[in-house]
Design a protein around this ligand. Structure first.
Ligand code: ATP
Length: 642
């Protein structure tokens, strides 16, 4: 055990003796060890193990040692004043010996501790130098050929061999007493700061031991730096087995990328043996920089079997989100930023509004947000507000009590808000709901409670709300068709999805991913698209966006006998959609855009007999079909038209 908590690592015996003299003079009992380049790491580690709180290391030793010991180190090298004193003596010698300082008196500098600083100070004094620090001892004879007048060496080089090989005088730059004193002071301050930090750390650890949650800290290099007892118990592993290990090796379920790279908080399931836990991953921030992550592991009271059962129940109810952010293919920078924003939104509980045309991926984003959020274990309930008449939408959303209306179930019915409890409700086509429904919805958003139709009980609901629309809601507000207060409630966090025509760089990767998906589904080989084929695909307008693109790739997959898709193939397949539309347009009477659209939809609906097939034929979603029919009929009613 060291008596004093500070130790010095010196480069040679002379240095040691001088340092010991100084420490003796100041009444300091500092342990001084001599090291070489080869054994300095071992000596540093030994001193640290023997209880040193800080090391003062001679110049270049410090660079080698500071990353190998876990105590602070202070570098001890000649200060500028030390260099100035030595170089002034050299200058005086040159002058006294009749050498002209500025006319080629070559002064050799040897030693890593004096390098560039000495050259700079010499330049100020008008002395020309040559750095010989890289030269080997054996080459000292050659130094004589270069060094015309004087050699200056650092503390690490004894003067003797230099003077043996050539006759020029040798001056040594020594670390002065002032410099040693400053290093000692600095080491003391670091020890003090370290003590304060250690006390804080002990307090922090004590607090961490008292929290009910398992806590694991991970540093920026993804190594586990701390684990509390609860986490040891939950993972059934000891501190020794975990600390210092890579997080990925110990916790393979946990993905730290989003937290360490983007500073995001997220929640993820964590399994250990047959136990399942919920893990919150929070960034560790210092001055706005992410320097690591803290994992808070929460014991959830169900086993893997129960979890499977719960998942099965979710599967059976159909209220399950299948998409994750990775499923959203995009190479467009704006959309990539949108995905990042969506990930951040997933970590908070505010209402999110997604704008985007049909088929741009609003539902994928809504599902991904749910799966990324702390609500991911709960249900994901999607409601298409345009697909249901108002009375039905109301009873679907809020449920009803027994006998609430004729035809109501005997025992009443839970509404979708209740079914989405602890999960997320996705209100698609929110722009289509009536003003009275908007008023009811506003109350739910404000109070997070509902009342069933025919009931008098207030039921609290714990749901995340995501709404989506293709409509320009501020425009609807101006027309009096959408409540401003509801809009403000809904749009706390907003996301905008670009139409496919505004992000054509997404078309090749989407074609590839969709192609692979259908190839697997239809047990076929993947398609190769010629440059001409891809050119047409990227120039097409894609009114039905990604959904339409999916339809085109699926059609190609079915129709193609070989795997190479040419421009002609693409034109043919795109022509089917165009023809379908054009033929129908020719058969409908002239009228407004809405009237023509309505007529086309009704005609295809008559031919196909199903909303799904109509949607597929026209390259739009069933939601859009429902919405267009409904909005056309509403308008007719509103204006009393036939
Ligand atoms: N970026 C994308 N990457 C991969 N698939 C996508 C992407 N965007 C959309 N899709 C696919 O396109 C189809 C339509 O997506 P989605 O239902 O999410 O669109 P939407 O905007 O909700 O449409 P609508 O408003 O008409 O309901 C889905 O099959 C989805 O898988």
């Amino acid at each position: 055990m060291l008596t004093n908590k500070i130790a010095l690592i010196a480069p040679n015996k002379n240095f040691t003796l001088r340092a010991l003299d100084l420490f003796g003079e100041w009444g300091e009992k500092i342990h001084v060890a001599v090291a070489t380049k080869e054994d300095v790491v071992t000596i540093g580690q030994q001193l640290s193990e023997r209880g040193a709180d800080a090391l003062i290391c001679y110049a270049t030793f410090n660079e080698t040692i500071k990353t190998t010991v876990n105590i602070p180190t202070v570098s001890l090298r000649p200060s500028l004043l030390d260099l100035l004193q030595c170089l002034q003596a050299v200058k005086n010698w040159l002058i006294n010996n009749g050498k002209t300082v500025s006319s080629q008196p070559v002064v050799g500098l040897i030693g890593d501790a004096i390098g560039t600083d000495a050259a700079a100070v010499a330049a100020i004094l008008g002395i020309e130098t040559k750095n010989l620090s890289g030269e080997q001892r054996e080459d000292l004879s050659e130094i004589a050929a270069v060094v015309k007048e004087v050699t200056i060496i650092d503390d690490n080089q004894p003067c003797e061999p230099v003077s043996t090989f050539h006759t020029v005088p040798c001056f040594q730059v020594t670390v002065g007493r002032e410099t040693v004193f400053k290093a000692l002071q600095q080491a003391r301050e670091l020890v003090m700061a370290g003590r304060v930090e250690r006390v804080k750390l002990e307090q922090f650890k004590a607090i961490m031991e008292f929290t009910g949650e398992g806590i694991i800290a991970v540093d920026s290099r993804r190594r586990i730096s701390y684990i509390n007892h609860t986490a040891e118990r939950l993972l059934n592993k000891s501190r020794e087995q975990i600390v210092g290990k890579l997080a990925a090796a110990v916790l393979p379920d946990i993905n730290l990328d989003d937290t360490l790279r983007y500073g995001q908080t997220r929640v993820a399931p964590l399994t250990s043996g047959d136990q399942s836990f919920t893990c919150r991953i929070v960034p560790m921030l210092i001055g706005g920089q992410t320097v690591g992550a803290v994992l808070a592991i929460n014991e959830v009271p169900f086993s893997v079997r129960d979890k499977d059962k719960a998942n099965k129940a979710l599967d059976e109810s159909g209220y399950k989100a299948v998409y994750h952010f990775e499923d959203f293919i995009t190479a467009n920078p704006f959309m990539q930023e949108t995905l990042e924003a969506a990930k951040s939104y997933a970590c908070v509980d505010s209402t999110i509004l997604i704008h985007g045309d049909t088929g741009t991926g609003k539902e994928i984003i809504a599902q991904s947000i749910h799966n990324y959020s702390p609500r991911c274990q709960g249900p994901f309930v999607a409601v298409n507000c345009a697909a249901l008449p108002e009375s039905l939408l109301e009873s679907e959303l809020f449920g009803y009590e027994s006998g609430a209306f004729t035809g109501a179930r005997k025992n009443g019915k839970k509404g979708l808000f209740e079914q989405a409890d602890k999960g997320t409700i996705f209100l698609d086509e929110i722009g289509e709901i009536s003003l009275s429904m908007q008023a009811r919805l506003l109350r739910v958003l404000q109070q997070r409670e509902i009342m069933r139709i025919g009931g008098d009980k207030v039921i609290p609901v714990d749901v995340g709300i995501i709404a989506a629309t293709h409509r320009n809601l501020p425009e609807l507000i101006e027309k009096g068709a959408f409540r401003r207060d509801l809009y403000h409630r809904l749009s706390i966090l907003q996301l905008r999805l670009l139409p496919l025509s505004a992000r054509t760089e997404d078309i090749p990767p989407l074609v590839e991913t969709i192609g692979r998906k259908y190839a697997a589904k239809l047990l076929k080989k993947t398609l190769q698209f010629s440059a001409g084929a891809m050119n047409i695909l990227t120039r097409y307008r894609w009114p039905g966006n990604v959904r339409e693109l999916e339809g085109v790739v699926e059609r190609l997959m079915i129709l193609k006998k070989d795997t190479l898709v040419t421009a002609e193939d693409v034109n043919k397949v795109l022509d089917i959609s165009r023809q379908c539309l054009n033929d129908d347009v020719r058969t409908v009477p002239k009228g407004t855009m809405e009237e023509i659209e309505y007529a086309i939809i009704m005609q295809v609906l008559k031919e196909t007999g199903s909303h799904e097939l109509t949607a597929k034929t026209l390259g739009i979603s069933t939601t859009t079909i429902w919405r267009k029919i409904k909005s056309f009929q509403n308008e007719r009613q509103h204006f009393n038209l036939q």
